[in-house]
Design a protein around this ligand. Structure first.
Ligand SMILES: NC(=O)c1ccc[n+]([C@@H]2O[C@H](COP(=O)([O-])OP(=O)(O)OC[C@H]3O[C@@H](n4cnc5c(N)ncnc54)[C@H](O)[C@@H]3O)[C@@H](O)[C@H]2O)c1
Length: 299
């Protein structure tokens, strides 16, 4: 199969959907963004406008290129209509199986038979929604990282029924976005990146919990010995401890293995509203409220 992709539909205009849509439009595709909330569509447009203005001001994006990119973007709350002309869909709606199942059922019904249907879900393998469509062979995960306009890697995950042609087309599409795609031959909770990150975080929490070293020294070791751009505690604070906890819960729900159990230290911080940078404190306290990026002192 060699599907010609011209029109791309992004479902969901939240944190991920809006940046995925901009990446797709920047690569030259006609891009429709659909969300059930017109407020979210409005917020996404103004957020992307500010981003593009910033890029133009820094000389990273040509004014004409910015304008033509916005000309390629259209915005709607009507999923059925938006799906009817899509060659490829990236679903980036709220992380709930019932919501995604309904979206994929609609996509199966309304998208042209050749259209490929992907999900950006971090925790739900596409096998969970493929059955709601009339084309499970054309369904897979296409997992971007946050912020999607910046992060190069995307994970393409085949479920048992995903065809080779679908995987090849999605890999090629990701390359055309300027991304560096990786392929997972079958589903596994956490995919590659979250599993690698989880293993490092697990060990970091165990070392600190056993009193072997402070979190500051563990972070220094990751940076100064391993060349990581930030330490595991700094990274967890940046991602958001609620997100870390949610991912761990989802992986544990699938594997049921003790080693994957959500960490109680992280869960306790989340219960206190200490979510990391976005709440002003997590493993570290941040100097200037939620927007601060510099750890001030440890908690
Ligand atoms: N946030 C991250 O760091 C991150 C990273 C990678 C992948 N993801 C995945 O991306 C997806 C979206 O996450 P997010 O952080 O952008 O969420 P978000 O809450 O910022 O946005 C979700 C959007 O989906 C919309 N929505 C809800 N129900 C809908 C429906 N039925 N039809 C259309 N739109 C609907 C909401 O109005 C909202 O605008 C999730 O599957 C998540 O696992 C998130």
């Amino acid at each position: 199969m060699n599907t010609l992709i011209k029109n791309v539909l992004v479902v969901g205009a939240g944190v991920m959907g809006r940046q995925i849509a901009m990446s797709v439009a920047l690569a030259g595709y006609q891009t429709t963004v659909q969300d059930i909330s017109s407020d979210m569509l409005g917020a996404a447009q103004s957020n992307l406008n500010s981003w593009a203005e910033g890029q133009v001001a820094k000389g990273k994006l040509d004014r004409v290129a910015a304008d033509t990119t916005f000309d390629r973007l259209s915005w709607t709350t009507d999923l059925e209509d938006a799906a009817s002309t899509a060659d490829l869909v990236v679903e980036a709606a709220t992380e709930r199986l019932d919501i995604k199942t309904e979206i994929f059922a609609t996509l199966g019904r309304c998208a042209p038979p050749h259209a490929i249907l992907t999900t950006n879900s971090s925790t739900l393998g596409s096998s969970k929604v493929a059955g709601a469509t009339n084309r499970p062979d054309k369904v897979c995960n296409l997992h971007f990282f946050n912020p999607a306009l910046v992060m190069k890697c995307v994970e393409v995950v085949r479920h048992e029924g995903t065809s080779q042609g679908t995987a090849d087309t999605v890999l090629e599409f990701a390359r055309r976005l300027g991304k560096q795609p990786v392929l997972l031959a079958r589903e596994i909770p956490g995919f590659i990146a979250n599993r690698l990150m989880g293993a490092l975080q697990h060990e970091a929490l165990a070392l600190a919990g056993a009193g072997i070293a402070t979190k500051e020294d563990i972070d220094i070791t990751a940076r100064a010995a391993l060349g990581h751009p930030m330490g595991p505690f700094e990274l967890m604070d940046m991602i958001g401890l609620d997100v870390i906890d949610f991912i761990a819960q989802a992986i544990h729900a699938e594997t049921r293995q003790d080693v994957d159990k959500p960490d109680p230290t992280v869960a306790a911080l989340v219960a206190q509203g200490m979510l990391g940078r976005k709440s002003g404190a997590g493993f570290y306290v941040y100097g200037h409220g939620p927007a601060s990026s510099t750890p001030r002192k440890s908690t």
